[in-house]
Write a protein of this length. Structure first.
Length: 281
């Protein structure tokens, strides 16, 4: 595609290295801007795929498509149900009403190329290879919990067994979350966030003291109905669903609790679900 030289200035307010897809945002924005400036008419889905290719082949992280897809295709007040294999997707209602989406940054940076992200990717590949001996599947997400439990004997390594249980149970939680959002059941959605974090902590083992400290506080705070780590783990951020009218109490209390346990303060951002990449008027 024909492009010429250009000078670009990036301005952002996402904390870098905090698991909030700052790299995906840069990738998608750059591709979108080039497409718009030079009339290349690249679709947003193709932009997401190109950005994933950058991560996989240039940066060296075996990430999936989710972050780039969310940045490219996001819609205000919507969640995206995405099949990362086929890229089939559906927008789901996510109206928070009296609640707000809160991001708590542990301020413990992590870099995916230095973390155990690629190790987990390899472990999942080994699990799939073992289960394929008796199950006609292409991906772990094709396997139901019932089928997994019936074929668990194929996985001899107890660590791999834990990893498999996380991935397959997490897929079930996503399906439950879809039902909860369609029905407007935010309390159930929040409980699924807590259950997801517990699985990420105990089975997938990608959490850490900082993230667990934040989630532990959230569980103790009556105005918070759900929380889980976000991103690849080993640091970064927690997302939480908190009552708007209790935010003035939530912020100082979680800050104090975290500082007492970890030794420094976190950052707390009140957010909302906005649009994906677009040209500003």
């Amino acid at each position: 595609m024909p492009v010429s030289g250009m000078e670009m200035l990036f301005v952002g307010n996402l904390p870098i290295g905090a698991g909030l897809s700052s790299s995906a945002s840069i990738e998608v924005l750059t591709a979108f801007a080039i497409s718009e400036m030079f009339g290349l008419n690249i679709s947003k889905t193709e932009i997401a795929l190109l950005s994933k290719k950058v991560e996989n082949e240039f940066i060296g992280v075996n990430c999936g498509i989710m972050d780039q897809f969310a940045v490219a295709m996001g819609k205000k007040d919507k969640a995206i149900l995405l099949d990362c294999d086929t890229l089939d997707y559906e927008y789901l209602p996510l109206y928070l009403g009296e609640y707000a989406l809160v991001i708590i940054n542990s301020n413990k940076p992590r870099k995916l190329t230095e973390s155990k992200y690629n190790e987990r990717f390899t472990e999942c590949g080994r699990i799939l290879k073992a289960l394929k001996k008796e199950l006609p599947v292409q991906h772990l997400c094709d396997i139901s919990m019932e089928d997994f439990l019936a074929h668990r004997h194929l996985i001899n390594d107890p660590v791999l067994g834990k990893r498999a249980l996380h991935v397959i149970s997490e897929n079930s939680r996503v399906e439950e979350a879809v039902g909860a959002l369609r029905a407007g059941e935010l309390l159930k959605f929040g409980q699924l966030l807590y259950a997801s974090h517990e699985s990420l902590k105990e089975l997938y083992e990608v959490s850490g003291k900082e993230l667990d400290t934040i989630v532990d506080f959230c569980k103790s705070f009556g105005g918070c109905i759900g929380a889980r780590m976000t991103g690849a783990g080993f640091g970064g951020c927690v997302i939480a669903v908190v009552k708007k009218n209790e935010m003035d109490e939530f912020k100082p209390r979680i800050s104090s609790y975290f500082e007492n346990n970890i030794g420094y303060k976190p950052e707390v951002f009140v957010s909302e679900i906005g649009e994906g990449v677009k040209e500003l008027s």
